[in-house]
Design a protein around this ligand. Sequence first.
Ligand code: UD1
Ligand code: CA
Length: 454
Amino acid sequence: MKQDIVILAAGKGSRMKSALSKVLHPIGGMPMIRRVLMTANRLNDVTLHLVVGHQGEQVVANCQEFSTNIVWQDNPQGTGDALRRVASDLSSTGSTLTLYGDVPLIKQSTLERMQASGNDNTLVLLTTFLDNPTGYGRIVRDDNQVVTAIVEHKDATIEQHQIKEVNTGILLAPNQFLLGWLDRLENNNAQSEYYLTDIISMASQDGVDIVTVHPESVAEVTGVNDRIQLSWLEREYQQEQAQLLMSQGLTLLDPSRFDLRGYLTFGIDCSIDINCIIEGDVVLGDNVQIGANCHLKNCTIGDGTHIYNNSLIEDSLLADQCVIGPFARLRPGSQLGSQAKIGNFVETKKAIIGTGSKVNHLSYVGDTVMGEGVNVGAGTITCNYDGVNKSQTRIGDDVFVGSNTSLVAPVTIQDGATIAAGSTITKSVEKNQLAFARARQSNKNDWPRPVKKS
Ligand code: UD1
Ligand code: CA
């Protein structure tokens, strides 16, 4: 069945106290509104309509690649008013699903269950049961348990306040009736708003079947109004991701201290210690071990690679059996061959490091192509920037770079060359040469130390 999906995002979100539109605040690293759009987009045969208002320019700018019909709701006058502004764009057949930009964790499977329950003569409500239903619209049923209306909390009687079944706001309505119902909405209620929920009693009177579907969890239908709710939902999301990954065979030493802000795929027997952040697209091979407090963003890590505590890896490619950290920082464009080692307090950037090469301590390697079996001593720096331009350092195979060396790029060190510790290398070094570029040491015999003047 053809499906219009209307996503409401015109609300003010004033309780966020933010210059950023509420629906752009992220859950699991992704703006809430994008989560909703992605979920909606996965349903079959949909036309997306996005209702924006307050801070709408930001919202639109962040949803460019979704082909949505943007509808502006200036001076918002309620959820019914929002739907009315879309009405002329809705199909005359099929049905309309209403979603909320600030209810980000709604599941595709739940929406599909709603679709399966709906048809041209049936309205589907997503409802749930709350111990404390204060603030929510209540589901009113007759003696036969048939839904006859939704009353908003502020308009409800004392008896109706006892009803624990609440409107989540998400509903699916047949378009052949919906357009007429929206026309008939009035705002003579406690909030002087046009309530979308008033269509329920109209449906009841028009003999349209009203059925209810329930979400799998409360998190699915929880909206975000302030940063406390945002943090609660974030934890719910993270816990669910952690459970899913563990069920797929990933070891998480503590699932409550793990954050996924993107997508993680992994091979067999990988393990992640506490407080790690996985961001963007991260791919782990088999037997990858990740220590505590690591942040991995958009990277691929080969089999058997071991990343020790407190390492940051971004936009990088690591082959098998590498050893990283602790306290390593691999910046974008780092590519490591197998068994490469990047040790503590080493920073790499746009650096190709060959098989078995080691940069073990306190170094900066940037804009560099390094061959295999190279050993870079502690404190070595590639001087890749002259204040204006970036230049390349080329290092061949089996090179030995002594500690505390400055390699002033552009410079080439050919295979088998050795650089004496403390050198400042400004000229290329040929194959198997020893380069020695520092002041020679001179020693003076029996040198008298200065004495304090009296
Ligand atoms: C609404 C429902 C209520 C339900 C509750 C669930 C109505 C009348 N009431 O109440 O039954 O229990 O959600 O949270 O529908 N929005 C617009 N334009 C508007 C008004 C709202 O885009 O003119 C958007 C808001 O940005 C928000 C959503 O719609 O994302 C819900 O609006 P809100 O004012 O929070 O509705 P509630 O009063 O909570
Ligand atoms: Ca609300």
